[in-house]
Design a protein around this ligand. Structure first.
Ligand code: SF4
Length: 371
């Protein structure tokens, strides 16, 4: 498969790894900002093939994981209402709310459906004119264009029984918040390639300037990830801090103009709550006033929804890279993919699920410059 198999070529990956070993003289802490990269790193054992002083930290890059539990509870409350069809991407159904999840709502008779595109919701709405169809619109910049298009089309086509529960988040503000937090010690970032495919790289130079950290746009295949790590380490070793692109076959600096245009048409920036991290100014998107009639949070009474977070789950520390998943006391005990306590153990992009599914039950020894 062109543009895929060649990026899984073990010989080429080994060559890049050898180069990383050759240029590394000191320990470095790098954070990947994408759950897909986390899974690639853990699945292929890339972190274990790096020089022992290079520590890969897993950031808040899983969209399901960073969605606050309060929004999950709101989605569950809407799904349980009569004459309502709740539609979502599959990962969201198993994310535990305060009392149950969307799967349990469906088992109890609720109409909860999975789609691969939010535009499918418009057809569902047209086929069910007596019901309210609500799409659970979460995610980073990657999913925002399609979600924006669904709302735009609903307005254009005059579909009154469609709305969206929006919990969109943006990468640059959370990187700013992480780097401003004294407990987060990151020296370089692998930026999420698919986010940059939409937005380009123009938002990142001010962050590089502010924090003097390298940021490398990185893809998801083993060769992509190792190239991203190599370019970040090379910058650090040379004392540089720049935005570089290790995913040139997909990402251009200016981004995807039509995708950004539909986002701009439908969404405006807002403060957003992140699971375990808290509210970050300007870190989300919400529907513009012109599209407010399609906002499920305004259409449905949700004031009664109460959220109780698990006291055992350390998702916030995992998402900030302070704790590795297997350092969470509940990992593999109270919390497993079959009985998850938090979203990072559920999602296909969650760091806890990656550690569990690929057998990372042992915590790594503490790394030092001598190791
Ligand atoms: S292992 Fe489970 S309980 Fe621990 S942080 Fe991850 S999701 Fe939460």
């Amino acid at each position: 498969m062109k543009h895929l198999t060649e990026y899984r070529d073990a010989r080429r990956v080994r060559e890049v790894l050898d180069e990383i070993h050759r240029i590394t003289t000191r320990p470095w802490r790098l954070m990947e900002v994408c759950g897909g990269q986390t899974h690639s790193i853990i699945r292929h054992g890339i972190d274990q093939l790096l020089p022992s002083g290079i520590d890969m930290i897993h950031g808040p890059g899983c969209p399901v994981c960073v969605t606050p539990q309060a929004i999950i509870d709101q989605a569950i409350a809407i799904a349980a209402m009569p004459d309502t069809i709740m539609v979502s991407f599959g990962d969201m159904l198993r994310v535990p709310g305060s009392r149950h999840d969307l799967f349990q709502v469906r088992a109890g008779g609720g109409d909860v459906r999975v789609v691969y595109s939010p535009l499918e919701c418009l057809k569902i709405a047209q086929e069910n004119p007596t019901k309210e169809v609500v799409f659970f619109g979460v995610g980073f910049e990657t999913t925002a264009p399609a979600n924006a298009m669904a709302v735009f089309q609903a307005k254009q086509q005059g579909i009154p029984n469609f709305s969206m529960l929006v919990s969109h988040v943006r990468v640059p503000p959370v990187l700013d918040a992480l780097m401003s937090a004294p407990e987060v010690q990151v020296q370089g970032f692998l930026l999420a390639g698919h986010v940059c495919a939409v937005m380009g790289t123009w938002e990142y130079p001010p962050l590089v300037e502010k924090f003097r950290v390298p940021m490398v746009v990185t893809g998801f295949e083993p060769l992509d990830v190792t190239r991203g790590i190599y370019m970040a380490v090379r910058q650090l070793e040379q004392g540089r801090a720049e935005v570089e692109n290790a995913y040139e076959r997909v990402v251009v600096p200016q981004g995807n103009a039509p995708a950004m245009a539909i986002i701009e048409e439908v969404f405006e920036t807002c403060d957003r709550e992140w699971r375990g991290i808290g509210s970050i100014p300007g870190s989300g998107w919400q529907l513009k006033p012109a599209y407010a009639p399609y906002d499920a949070a305004k259409r449905f009474p949700l004031g009664h929804v109460q959220t109780i977070e698990s006291t055992l789950c350390h998702a916030g520390d995992v998402l900030k890279g302070i704790l590795k998943p297997n350092e969470c006391p509940a990992f593999g005990k109270e919390c497993t993919p079959r009985r998850p306590l938090g979203a990072p153990m559920v999602s296909s992009e969650g760091a806890c699920a990656a550690y569990y599914n690929f057998g990372r039950f042992e915590t790594a020894p503490t790394l030092t410059s001598e190791s």
